[in-house]
Design a protein around this ligand. Structure first.
Ligand SMILES: N[C@@H](CCC(=O)N[C@@H](CS)C(=O)NCC(=O)O)C(=O)O
Length: 223
């Protein structure tokens, strides 16, 4: 959809910016993708998100919207140019928000901590936390699969899919760092299929950051 007057302040490697890009793609919205540098934040970013000073920020005209999940919900409310990202039923919507919060509070937090820790021994408890949360997320996805749904959101990518799917790049980094797969067929059969489906969904075209680029960035950050 042309002329939507949208700008996204983001970073190519950010899972949070990726979430917004996926939502914009689902709604077929054209936007200006503004790549920020986080070591020297632009005046536009500081003005647009003076509280957290973080990306992503979506500018709709001159109005800024901050925080990835809030931005996704905003996009879903304002544009009906594609499938709904949140369910129409209030209880289903509450459950989608619950699982998105679980993924961020349990899985993502442990993932971020594990990436930051150099010592492999000290990393172990975080890897265990990630594994526990993956079992829980697999359990929820199995319920969706039994109902014949391909995604947490049903037949289309929804809020929970976006939230977890945006972490697959970081999961790849963790797998490389630790020399083993985290999402495996024996423990997470539905998640394995879901991850393939998610990555090859037309809405994801051109959005997934290259694994090698992410690894180089992480190595640079640790030097
Ligand atoms: N809760 C925020 C997190 C956003 C976030 O952590 N962004 C990072 C980049 S991935 C950032 O801007 N960091 C800059 C900083 O912390 O100064 C969201 O969901 O949008």
């Amino acid at each position: 959809m042309a002329n939507s007057n949208l700008k996204l302040l983001g970073c190519w490697f950010s899972p949070f910016a990726l979430r917004v890009k996926i939502a914009l793609s689902i709604k077929s919205l054209v936007y200006e993708d503004i790549e920020e540098t986080l070591n020297a934040k632009s005046q536009l970013l500081l003005q647009s998100n003076p509280v957290h000073k973080k990306i992503p920020v979506l500018l709709h005209g001159d109005k800024p919207i901050c925080e990835s999940t809030i931005i996704i919900e905003y996009i879903d409310e304002v544009w009906n140019s594609g499938p709904s990202i949140l369910p129409s039923d209030a209880h289903d919507r509450a459950m989608a928000r619950f699982w998105a919060a679980y993924i961020d509070d349990k899985c993502m937090l442990a993932m971020v901590k594990s990436v930051r820790v150099e010592d492999a021994e000290k990393r172990k408890p975080y890897l265990e936390e990630i594994e526990d949360s993956l079992v829980t997320i697999e359990g929820e996805l199995q319920k969706c699969c039994r109902e014949g749904k391909g995604y947490f959101g049903g037949e289309q990518i929804g809020l929970v899919d976006i939230t977890f799917g945006s972490l697959l790049g970081m999961m790849g980094i963790i797998e490389t760092m630790n020399g083993r797969k985290m999402i495996v067929e024996e423990k997470h059969p539905c998640l394995v299929k879901w991850a393939d489906r998610f990555a090859s969904d037309p809405n994801m075209k051109g959005l997934i950051p290259e694994h090698e680029k992410l690894i180089s960035l992480m190595r640079l950050g640790k030097e």
